[in-house]
Design a binder for this molecule. Structure first.
Ligand SMILES: [Zn+2]
Length: 497
């Protein structure tokens, strides 16, 4: 059954959206949260486990100090207050991928709370309040075999991999984000994007959404316009790309609006996001009173970070993202619009690395935001996941600067890079893309273009130099684009003026 949707504009005319974002970040510690098991991604199933993360009787957990350190640094970077004393809690529920039958998490005593992050969308700043950032452990992973959907329904049997069980997670929960109007989906995307940038800068996680080391739940509710009351919210789970964050939020705005406009009520429930069809479907009904029988974890001592330690960690924070953006804009001489586009495309780090690799700022911007952003759009891929890296772009630009490539040939090198044909130099060689600098061949092509277009040649002889464009085009076509257009122009003018 498909949902009825109201058009986005109609929805926004009637309702104010309120967003809530819950982001789970897997920390990149070498070992798990409460035991010494390794955390590397992609190992053979169940090879990175021990009695503690398998929840065997009598095993005792010990807190990973590096994970606490990362949690505090994340809290500080999000302008949070850091608890002077907090405990872990048991969140009791049964699920096959959680062998202890409880998850060790934090409940009413999070390590970090009451912060904010300023998020920029189209040059406007939206302050997103941070309710809390707390520590917990990841669950294992179930694999449902047989059936078509990969879901448990219709599967023949299920397998469980506990390698992920016990990997340290930080859950970052926003306060309700209000007042974003029709920008709500973009603010959601920008928040997750900037959070990812911040976490990357802190070096605490590899933040790969596609591998699940950063996972986002998008909560959304609508209130009648101007009423200021919060509506019933839905929670769309595990939205695994920045683009999907925006799409899922937009879809839920339109779906809620159709339900409310039809005089029905929104159910408080979890929803599943379907990347392929771009819709959410109903998951399980949820109430705020879900009772996990939380209680303080008796096997772990409280975490009581000294203020000296917190101050030391504060001193390790990198430059805050907005200051970094302002500095880079100054250094690169970008206009506000150029900077906004760069940030909006998620290309800030890519452009920075390309410039660091020796490319002039405007050239780096041109390739990433012109050529590569367009292709990312066409293939609905994140720009960073295209398979083209900053050093490739820098090499293409240096081939242009050396006169080996012109812009048109450079685009063909990008075709090759996207098709995985090797390095820029390998692609130039394999595809035979270098500019023909053989003057003899160029002169021959110029002569035959003049001979084939006598009327154009006459115009140029009469002083209409602008007409040379047609002859340059003919020569470039003849040379399959592999000529330096400026040199061709010189040769034409030498002959006709
Ligand atoms: Zn273990």
């Amino acid at each position: 059954m498909t949902d009825t949707l109201l058009s986005y504009d109609a929805a926004l005319a009637e309702f104010d959206p309120a967003l809530g974002l819950e982001v789970h970040v897997e920390l990149n510690t070498a070992t798990k949260m409460f035991c010494g098991c390794p955390t590397a991604f992609g190992a053979e199933p169940n090879t990175q486990t021990c009695p503690t993360c398998l929840g065997l009787p009598g095993s005792m957990p010990v807190v990973n100090t590096v994970a606490v350190e990362s949690a505090i640094r994340i809290g500080l970077a999000l302008n949070c207050r850091i608890a002077e004393w907090c405990r872990f809690a048991r969140k009791n529920y049964f699920y096959p991928d959680m062998p202890k039958n409880f998850q060790t998490s934090q409940y009413d005593e999070p390590i970090a709370f009451d912060g904010y992050m300023d998020v920029e969308v189209d040059g406007e700043t939206h302050r997103v309040g941070i309710e809390r950032a707390h520590m917990e452990e990841d669950t294992g992973k179930s694999l449902h075999v047989g059936g078509s959907s990969g879901r448990i329904h219709g599967a023949d049997y299920s397998l469980v991999d506990y390698n992920r069980a016990g990997i340290p997670l930080i859950e970052i929960v926003t306060k309700p984000v209000l007042g974003t109007g029709d920008k709500a989906p973009e603010v959601a995307r920008a928040y997750v994007g900037q959070l990812r940038e911040l976490l990357l800068g802190l070096g605490v996680s590899d933040v790969r959404m596609e591998q699940g080391s950063l996972r986002c739940d998008v909560n959304l509710s609508l209130a009648p316009k101007g009423s200021g009351t919060l509506g019933t919210r839905t929670e769309t789970k595990n939205v695994n790309s920045l683009r999907s964050v925006e799409r899922a939020a937009r879809y839920e705005v339109q779906r809620h609006a159709a339900v409310l406009a039809g005089g029905r009520r929104v159910f408080q429930e979890t929803r599943h996001w379907h990347e392929d069809t771009g819709v959410t479907t109903s998951g399980r009904e949820k109430s705020d009173a879900d009772d996990y029988r939380y209680f303080p974890e008796p096997d772990l001592v409280p975490v009581a970070p000294s203020r000296e330690w917190v101050a030391e960690l504060r001193a390790t924070l990198p430059e805050p993202p907005h200051e970094r953006r302002a500095r880079l804009q100054r250094e690169w001489g970008f206009s506000d619009l150029e900077m906004r586009d760069t940030v909006g495309a998620g290309a800030l780090g890519l452009v920075e690395d390309t410039i660091t690799a020796g490319t002039p700022p405007q050239a780096a911007r041109k390739w990433w935001l012109g050529e590569l952003a367009r292709r990312a759009n066409e293939t609905e891929t994140e720009i960073g996941a295209l398979g083209v890296v900053p050093t490739d772009v820098a090499r293409v630009q240096s081939l242009v600067d050396e006169g080996t490539l012109n812009d048109q040939l450079a685009r063909q090198v990008f075709d090759g890079l996207l098709a995985g044909e090797g390095t820029p130099d390998e692609i130039v060689a394999a595809r035979g893309l270098a500019i023909v600098s053989d003057e003899h061949a160029l002169s021959a092509a110029v002569d035959s273009a003049i001979a084939a277009n006598p009327d154009v040649a006459d115009k140029i002889r009469d002083g209409k130099v602008a007409a040379a464009g047609a002859l340059i085009g003919a020569v470039m076509k003849e040379m399959r684009g592999q000529a330096d257009a400026n040199r061709v122009r010189e040769l034409i003018l030498e002959r006709l003026t």
